[in-house]
Design a protein around this ligand. Structure first.
Ligand SMILES: NC(=O)c1ccc[n+]([C@@H]2O[C@H](COP(=O)([O-])OP(=O)(O)OC[C@H]3O[C@@H](n4cnc5c(N)ncnc54)[C@H](O)[C@@H]3O)[C@@H](O)[C@H]2O)c1
Length: 254
């Protein structure tokens, strides 16, 4: 006998799913039976990721979406409803970060970090909320970061944006729990993705960073996607407003 997590009948939107953690999550959701909308500002990668899912028999489509734009976020939700009829799961994964000392950052750079990472999460959450409320079911999973929990040098504005997403996660959970919508966050440690290459390099390389992790390795995208799958499934039905670190033991916050 075995127990499996399945998302049969569920419809999921994953933002920033053209590559990295979002792409891995979308693939895993599809393998678990969900129909998936791949939203990414990079249109080619959104379509390619959806094609990969269709290639193994899953159901997915790509949608060019800039999460910083509230109209794009509304159009994304509309497209999901038109094509799949419902929205059960939203993973707010798209983010942007500049790896620099704060003293060297321009207002334009920190504006860009905040707009994608914080405002993007607000825009897409707002866009799906009516559908989830009406159907009295929803799972929102927000990608946070240990940077937002403990603060990370060279990632100051990103740390601020992720701390904002963490606060939003807890507050929204309290507003929408009565509609059977859960809102949780996952805080990955450093994970091998195209987006983390610069940070890994500027922090002294993989080996050096891994020494600070009790599990002595950085995460692979699947390590994070597995936790997101759990939070997006019915297995986590009684958990909301929580933030979980998946960081190889680096952050042990009570
Ligand atoms: N990789 C890590 O080490 C790490 C650690 C902690 C948290 N995280 C978080 O995990 C998530 C995914 O990280 P990743 O490393 O896979 O990222 P990544 O940079 O590899 O991929 C991010 C994706 O988001 C898309 N994107 C950027 N701006 C967008 C916008 N305005 N609208 C829509 N899409 C946009 C990009 O095109 C890209 O496909 C992020 O929220 C990140 O903050 C990552």
């Amino acid at each position: 006998m075995s127990i499996e997590i399945n998302l049969n009948g569920r419809v999921a939107i994953v933002t920033g799913a053209g590559r990295g953690i979002g792409c891995e999550t979308a693939q895993l959701f599809a393998r678990a039976g969900a129909r998936v909308v791949i939203a990414d500002i990079d249109e080619a990668s959104a379509h390619a990721a959806a094609e990969q899912i269709r290639a193994f028999g899953g159901d997915a489509f790509g949608a060019r979406t800039d999460v910083t734009n509230a109209d794009d976020a509304r159009a994304l939700a509309q497209a999901a409803l038109e094509k799949f009829g419902r929205i059960d799961i939203l993973v707010n994964n798209a983010a942007r970060w500049t790896t620099k000392l704060f003293k060297d950052m321009t207002p334009e750079e920190y504006d860009a970090n905040l707009r994608v990472t914080l405002y993007g999460t607000l825009n897409v959450s707002r866009a799906v909320l009516d559908a989830m409320t009406e159907q009295k079911y929803g799972r929102i999973v927000n990608l946070i970061s240990d940077a937002g929990r403990i603060g990370e040098p060279y990632l100051t504005v990103y740390s601020a944006a992720k701390a904002g997403v963490a606060g939003f996660t807890k507050a929204l959970a309290k507003e929408v729990g009565r509609y059977n919508i859960t809102v949780n966050g996952i805080a990955p440690g450093v994970t091998h993705t195209p987006g983390s290459r610069d940070f890994i390099e500027s922090a002294g390389g993989e080996e050096k960073i891994a020494k600070a992790y009790p599990l002595r390795r950085l995460a692979q995208p699947i390590d994070i996607a597995n936790v997101i799958l759990f939070l997006a499934s019915d297995m986590s039905a009684y958990m909301t407003g929580q933030i979980f670190s998946a960081s190889g033991g680096y952050t042990t916050i009570g």
